[in-house]
Ligand binder design. Structure first.
Ligand SMILES: NC(=O)c1ccc[n+]([C@@H]2O[C@H](COP(=O)([O-])OP(=O)(O)OC[C@H]3O[C@@H](n4cnc5c(N)ncnc54)[C@H](OP(=O)(O)O)[C@@H]3O)[C@@H](O)[C@H]2O)c1
Length: 613
């Protein structure tokens, strides 16, 4: 068996439903558990079911806020090997707020206390212990989609308590990430309705067969475990997936784009390029003076201006070009559409890169092209007379291979990758010692035969390799029905669905062709779920680049031709700058009026050379 997901997990709310089921699943995969709840008989029963070697328990009522600190000290001193705290307890109560007399405010208060306030207290009580650990630790919160879209009118208090929890988690996660050397991972799980005691007749007597509402508990638990293994910050299960991957993703994107601007506006002048006079912010007593409201309006006027401001056109303006270049130490370059198109290198590319190097700038080539390994890319750069070394090259195949080998915790017998892609992916997987099948193997480049249906459907080992635990999809020039059928069936059987990148098109020779995103599109259609993408704009790639080059994000600029991948990658990665060029996919209209806009743009990359004058 592979390394367990966690060494030891503290599960708060483990006496029934999701918490109990997750405890059983974790133990079956090698994690030890400490169970918490108020019902002692349930705790005792579960410990004996799981065996005292794997499980222990502490009876505790999380609404007793004043006792939380002592509870945390006791648990962590008895279990110093805890590396995950799962905050799962929750209650749900019905209210008709239009009928004031019917609302029991004590119950309303208890619900808010259980679902929200106690979680903040518990987090703060365990935080110093988690921060003192030398390896990664996890805080996992059970949230609810009703906190995003409050469709269940009868549970208005519950919906609001989960909305509060979600907004608090978004902020808390970013505050943690801003801490030097943060090793705590914050994960938020959005269940759909699940068949548990939450809405059974004991708690909500007017609800007939409430415990039968929703997804079967075991299915929910298995899918949640799979998602926890993937390690995303937040995810939905079942019907919740559509909400979390849809509107919620958009909202988080807005949050990620906007909070750095607000933070910047509110920082002291020394670190703020916007030069806000500190007294104008109404610090201290002045928060209550009319000065505050004036400043507040001004701050948000500046904020809106920043969000809608036009990208700065730098072509032909040597002063502006020099100022722009001086702001950065590192330039991350997208390649296709910026340095070249297909095999046609843009005039002045090598000179421009040389010019930046002569100014002491570090150059990194960041490419979503998955067909080439870093070594292939080096050859391509050499052939185009662009001086480079392999270490300056970061491709999506490399990023995906690193993700599979170092981040995904795959069971020992599920480490094989089914590749839908070309030799670039294969080379990078080989470099990371990851076994694979598919790819360029001619055995998979054949027509589909009628007998294949039956063999694949029953998982015959002649067609379905039981060791495949990942399907990795990149650009494949030989995509066929057989590969799609195999990829689909592996994922249906539990393999992790990864994509090197999700670019819909590939620019070449001045035209556009299907990109890697169009290769995974049929699978997305069949599966109803998106892959984890490892190329731009995925921040997994930015983290990997930063891990390798150790750059200061505020002094790094992303240069690209696509606003929805390159520029978004730079903005979401909180880089100091983004620069678009008009030699690739995005048009001037996209750059000036699109949803994602760069800080500056040029007609072509070599326009940077006029900064030499
Ligand atoms: N089931 C769903 O449809 C659904 C949907 C979305 C989100 N969720 C969320 O998923 C989580 C788990 O819910 P579930 O469906 O598994 O419900 P459940 O079967 O009712 O389990 C709730 C758990 O919370 C614990 N708990 C409640 N109040 C507590 C307190 N004051 N102190 C300590 N433990 C307490 C309970 O333990 P004791 O009673 O022993 O104290 C029990 O273990 C909740 O946060 C819920 O909001 C559930």
């Amino acid at each position: 068996m592979s390394a367990p997901l966690y060494k030891k997990a503290l599960i708060i709310g483990a006496t029934s439903g999701i918490g109990e089921s997750l405890a059983i699943k974790l133990v079956s995969q090698g994690t030890k558990v400490v169970l918490v709840g108020r019902r002692q008989e349930r705790l005792t029963g579960l410990v004996s079911k799981l065996s005292s070697e794997n499980a222990s328990s502490v009876q505790f009522d999380i609404t007793k806020l004043s006792e939380i600190s002592a509870f945390a000290s006791k648990v962590t001193s008895e279990n110093p090997d805890i590396d995950a705290v799962i905050l799962n307890s929750g209650i749900q109560r019905p209210f008709n707020f239009a009928d004031a007399k019917s609302v029991n405010l004590d119950i309303f208060q208890e619900e808010l206390l259980t679902n929200y306030t106690s979680f903040v207290h518990l987090t703060l009580a365990f935080l110093p212990f988690l921060q003192a650990q030398e390896t990664t630790t996890h805080l996992v919160y059970l949230s609810a989609t009703l906190g995003l879209v409050p469709t269940l009118l009868r549970t208005g208090g519950y919906n609001a308590s989960k909305a509060a929890l979600h907004h608090w988690i978004l902020v808390f996660r970013e505050q943690l990430k801003a801490q030097p050397d943060n090793k705590i991972k914050v994960v938020e799980v959005f269940p759909p309705a699940v068949q548990t005691e939450l809405h059974d007749t004991h708690h909500q007597p007017d609800l007939k067969d409430g415990h039968l509402i929703g997804m079967p508990l075991q299915q929910f638990t298995d899918e949640t475990y799979e998602e926890l293994v993937k390690g995303e910050d937040q995810f939905g299960i079942g019907m919740a997936k559509k909400t979390v991957d849809g509107i919620e993703k958009e909202r988080v994107k807005l949050f990620q784009e906007q909070y750095p601007v607000i933070t910047n506006v509110l920082s002291p002048p020394s670190s703020s390029p916007m030069q806000w006079p500190r007294h104008d912010l109404g610090v201290g007593d002045q928060w209550t003076t009319p000065l505050f409201s004036r400043s507040f309006i001004e701050i948000f006027a500046t904020f809106s201006a920043t969000m809608t401001s036009s990208p700065h056109y730098l072509t032909g303006d040597p002063t502006a070009l020099n100022e722009f270049i001086d702001k950065f130490d590192v330039f991350l370059f997208d390649c296709d559409g910026v340095l070249w198109s297909g095999d046609h290198v843009f005039p002045g590319t090598a000179d421009t890169l040389e010019f930046l190097r002569s100014r002491g700038k570090q150059v990194v080539f960041v490419t979503n092209n998955s067909t080439k390994s870093r070594a292939d890319y080096k050859k391509k750069l050499d052939a185009l007379s662009i001086p480079s070394n392999v270490e300056e090259i970061f491709g999506s195949s490399y990023s995906a291979s690193v993700y599979i080998s170092r981040i995904l915790k795959l069971p020992e017998n599920k480490r094989k990758v089914f590749v839908v892609g070309e030799s670039g992916i294969e080379q990078e997987l080989r470099n990371e010692n990851v076994p694979f099948i598919g790819g360029t193997d001619p055995a998979f480049r054949r027509d589909f035969k009628p007998e294949d249906y039956g063999l694949i459907a029953k998982g015959d080992p002649s067609m379905i390799d039981p060791e495949v635990g990942v399907v990795l999809v990149g650009l494949d020039f030989h995509l066929n029905y057989l590969k799609m059928s195999l990829a689909y069936n592996y994922i249906r059987r539990g393999a992790v669905f990864l994509a090197t990148n999700i670019d819909s098109t590939l620019p070449n020779q001045g035209g556009l062709f299907p990109g890697a995103g169009s290769i995974s599109a049929p699978l997305i259609m069949m599966l109803g779920k998106d892959p984890v993408a490892l190329g731009k704009p995925s921040q997994a790639m930015m983290d990997a680049i930063e891990g390798k080059f150790h750059f200061d994000r505020s002094r790094t600029c992303m240069v690209g031709d696509r606003t929805n991948t390159d520029i978004r990658f730079g903005i979401e990665g909180k880089l100091g700058g983004t620069l678009a060029v008009l030699t690739g996919v995005s048009t001037k209209d996209d750059i000036l009026h699109g949803e994602v806009r760069p800080a500056a743009y040029l007609d072509k990359l070599s326009d940077l050379l006029s900064a030499r004058q």
